[in-house]
Unconditional design. Structure first.
Length: 193
């Protein structure tokens, strides 16, 4: 195809949102427009070339990290207009419901998230206002979806926010950061299963 094409507009214009895919449906999660912060979620239906609203999150947020694991869509952290959030919730498309999950150890926005096996990794971001010192984080948290517990793993070698994260060949990659945008790619650590 090698070309960009337009899609129908979403019901709500959004920026600083999170996105994820389950069963070939694209989900647009949270975000904001002007001063309005959304808890709403929209799903793109490729077969019908249209968007539809699904159940909203419990918490309105921008700058959240989103990823999928075992057919659940996870909304992680973010900013509600007053504070950086440790809140985590998961969306089940079969029941069209959101469930509150265990919170992060550190409230953060502008973080990235990726799934690897039964775990979700949340990387970097801006710290909660309660944290003293630099606001950008080098910390990485791992959520085990089976035990439903968060733990810290090896931190990155520099503080990053507004980054992207992906898994490839059982390794987690953090790419970009707010200051030096995409000048450096770091393999955080390798996992052997």
């Amino acid at each position: 195809m090698n070309k960009w094409s337009s899609m129908p507009p979403m019901k709500y214009a959004r920026n600083r949102l999170g996105v994820g895919i389950i069963d070939h449906y694209l989900y647009a999660v949270g975000g904001s427009c002007d001063q309005k912060i959304y808890s709403s979620v929209e799903r793109y239906l490729p077969k019908f070339d249209r968007w539809e609203e699904v159940a909203p999150m419990h918490t309105a947020r921008i700058g959240l990290a989103v990823c999928t694991n075992s057919r659940l869509l996870y909304a992680i952290g973010g900013f509600d207009g007053h504070r950086r959030l440790a809140d985590v919730e998961s969306y089940n498309p079969d029941t069209n419901t959101w469930t509150r999950e265990q919170p992060l150890n550190i409230g953060r926005s502008g973080a990235a998230a990726a799934s690897l096996a039964e775990c979700i990794y949340v990387v970097g971001g801006y710290a909660s206002d309660k944290i003293e010192g630099p606001m950008q984080l080098d910390s990485v948290e791992r959520y085990n979806t089976i035990t439903q517990q968060w733990s810290f793993v090896t931190p990155m070698n520099c503080r990053r926010s507004a980054l992207s994260c992906i898994t490839l060949d059982k390794r987690l990659f953090a790419i970009g950061k707010i200051i030096y945008c995409l000048k450096k790619v770091i393999c955080l650590f390798c996992l052997v299963f």
